[in-house]
Ligand binder design. Structure first.
Ligand code: WTA
Length: 675
């Protein structure tokens, strides 16, 4: 395994001297914020949760399971860990995810509550109640059944942030067909490989969506992916359902493509949910790993719903009858699954979803939305917060943000300065901030303060959630003392844990369970401060985090090497003020191209074509910020590329210890090319 021991430092540890001085002052004054009166005693979460969980962990989870989820048949056993690391939680219980997210609220007399306020980028908006949603989900479930999609069939959803996309996910869940949502920013090639790996029978997509003030097409990528699969003779897809959003022209394959509205129109609005066993697959979500091939992270129904609902209730303190909750994540990421669709919907939340970008048509768009709907709970990523910081306080200050009472952060370490800005400028110096650490694999929040219980501390995710067993350990798997750093691990199974990598049990064991036997290795570095609070330090493996999105260095390297001009490539995530990390690629060209690059503008052209090549192969999010053409790469005697040194170069630092290089003059050569 290619491990580097030093965690990639979070932006917070790389502040400039001037920044550090202000920051030090700021933090000296405000080491932590005790819960305000609004929260003390009134919050959903009480300190007793920790005691309950410590006293009887499985009993605690059984209580949460019965409190937050309606079971069609109750379970008798909480956990079966006999086949570790594949867990079975609540295994003999049966339930349905869509029933829990929608129907039971209607049954409880809450049908008139708004489930979603949808805000389109061009300014169109629409609200849908739980009762209306129930009819639509039933209709869609019947439409899927009419297309012969049955329990166990996989469905790919490649669609923008629309109410229809949520309906599509819930319709799949209603019939027990695992969905696999592919983020709309991924390329046709990325889509193709996911369709193939999942063996999907149906693709649900849209003509396009609005982004940055213009319609962006989606369907062509589906057409391209399916043509490639047809050509290879490996196309599992029988039908595509196409949501009409923009009205733009789309190519049509008769007999395969069907409009979503045409499929739904004749469908009955009554549908009996399929009661599945707790361990029935709910979804597969692909995420980047340390090798080139994305991993299909498998989540099942019961444990996942229990933990997403429990964490949403306690971390976000949702008071469903008064709060308006907005999580800005796209449904293409796990945050959109757990904290737009399942967690909050199980809690009967009223939510906002927004289709577009924060700067369309102006940089105050998010704050305008907060004001318009009276958003009270906002959950977003540090990269967005840093962007708003850069744009200036005067933008949010033009809007009434007084409805906000709780703020959340997820996706990457939040530097204390951004944390303080978020609280001060967005939260009127009052709101608690919950910095939530978790992963696609963990399914739900694992480390977070609890509002009303925890005094919050800028920059730290702080405390493991009740019922979880999280530790920071050293190379020898010993817990590190307060004040020290190490690797983040999880020592006991948790309900929403991944159940495997789709179709690859061996890789699941190898990736997560082999580094420290008997423990789940998260891939993150962490430290414990003097109070014992946990600070996340970023990935310790070959995974980058760009704007809160996970990207694999290896995947981008493979994509570069596949280009005609490239002989060898090494990719690193370099610290970036706004996006947390940015992709920087070091490329050795094949001789003939290197000769060309030596002349005039040609090098720029090659760099540009490599950037668009990566964008086309993986998606615009993976496009390198910078490509550096170099004559050599720094390698150890055993041939391993020393990315740590390349990171030094990319971040304009003096190159660190290079004594283990096979040829130590290489770094001088690279540094001289880069200047
Ligand atoms: C990082 C997103 C620090 C971490 C939910 C993890 C964080 C990866 C935080 C998972 C946080 C997520 N503080 N780092 N609060 N939240 N991360 O699978 O490196 O897209 O391993 O899940 O994001 O990313 P993923």
């Amino acid at each position: 395994m290619t491990q580097e021991v030093t965690p990639q430092a979070a932006p917070s540890t790389r502040a400039t001297d001037a920044d550090s001085a202000t920051l030090a002052n700021l933090l000296q004054e405000t080491r932590s914020f005790a819960p305000s009166d609004e929260f003390s005693g009134q919050a959903n979460a009480q300190a007793s949760l920790y005691d309950d969980a410590d006293g009887d962990r499985l009993g605690f989870w059984a209580d949460q399971a019965r409190k937050h989820v309606t079971w069609n048949k109750d379970f008798t056993e909480v956990l079966d860990w006999s086949n570790a690391p594949v867990a079975r939680w609540f295994a003999d219980g049966t339930l349905n995810a869509a029933y829990n997210a929608v129907d039971r609220h209607v049954k409880n007399g809450l049908g008139d509550r708004v489930a979603f306020h949808f805000e389109g980028e061009p300014g169109d908006s629409r609200s849908i109640t739980y009762a209306e949603l129930q009819l639509e989900v039933c209709r869609a479930a019947n439409a899927l059944a009419a297309l012969r999609i049955t329990t166990g069939d996989r469905v790919i959803i490649y669609a923008p942030m629309l109410i229809e996309s949520v309906i599509a996910m819930l319709a799949c869940a209603r019939i027990g067909a695992p969905h696999s949502v592919v983020f709309g920013g991924f390329s046709a090639e990325a889509l193709r490989s996911r369709i193939e790996d999942a063996g999907a029978k149906l693709v649900i997509t849209a003509d396009g969506g609005y982004r940055r003030g213009a319609p962006a097409a989606l369907k062509p990528a589906v057409d391209e992916a399916l043509s490639a699969l047809d050509a290879a003779g490996t196309n599992p897809v029988e039908r595509t359902l196409v949501i009409r959003r923009t009205g733009q022209d789309v190519a049509w394959v008769d007999g395969r493509d069907i409009w979503w509205h045409d499929a739904l129109a004749p469908a009955d609005v009554r549908h009996e949910p399929v009661w599945v066993e707790a361990e029935h697959p709910l979804f597969i979500l692909y995420t980047s790993g340390t090798t080139g091939k994305p991993k299909g992270i498998l989540h099942t129904t019961g444990g996942y719903l229990v933990q997403t609902a429990h964490t949403h209730h306690n971390v976000f303190d949702l008071k469903a009858d008064t709060d308006v909750y907005w999580c800005t994540a796209d449904i293409g990421w796990v945050t959109g699954h757990s904290y737009v669709v399942y967690g909050p919907m199980l809690g009967g939340a009223t939510q906002v979803i927004y289709e577009g970008t924060p700067d369309s048509p102006h940089r105050g768009r998010w704050w305008e939305i907060v004001e318009k709907y009276g958003v009270s709970i906002l959950y977003t990523a540090p990269t967005a917060i840093r962007t708003f910081m850069k744009w200036g306080d005067d933008i949010p200050s033009q809007f009434d943000l007084s409805s906000l009472r709780l703020l959340g952060s997820v996706g990457e370490p939040i530097n204390p300065e951004a944390w303080m800005w978020y609280r001060k400028v967005i939260g009127a110096n009052l709101t608690p901030i919950v910095d939530t650490w978790w992963q696609t694999e963990t399914g739900a929040i694992m480390i977070s303060p609890l509002p009303g219980v925890t005094a919050t501390k800028p920059g730290s995710a702080q405390v493991p959630m009740p019922g979880t067993s999280i530790d920071v350990i050293d190379e020898e798997a010993r817990s590190v003392p307060n004040g020290s750093g190490g690797y983040l691990v999880i020592k006991e199974p948790w309900p929403s844990m991944l159940r495997g990598i789709w179709g690859d049990l061996e890789r699941f064991k190898q990736t997560y369970w082999s580094r420290f036997p008997g423990m789940y290795f998260a891939g993150d570095g962490a430290k414990r401060d003097d109070d014992g609070d946990i600070w996340l330090l970023g990935r310790v493996d070959d995974v980058m985090n760009v704007s809160g999105h996970r990207l694999s260095t290896t995947e981008i390297e493979s994509s570069l090497v596949a280009h005609d001009s490239v002989a060898e490539a090494a990719v690193v995530g370099a610290t970036d003020e706004t996006t947390g990390q940015a992709v920087v690629a070091f490329v050795i060209l094949r001789q003939e191209f290197a000769d060309q690059a030596a002349q005039g503008d040609k090098a720029r052209q090659i760099e540009e074509s490599l950037r668009s090549h990566v964008s086309k192969q993986i998606g615009p999010i993976a496009k390198p910020r910078q490509i550096l053409l170099v004559p050599e790469l720094p390698k150890t005697r055993s041939g391993k590329i020393m990315r740590r040194l390349l990171r030094d170069v990319a971040e304009h630092r003096n190159v660190g210890d290079s004594t283990t290089l096979a040829d130590s003059s290489v770094m001088d050569l690279i540094a001289s090319r880069v200047k």
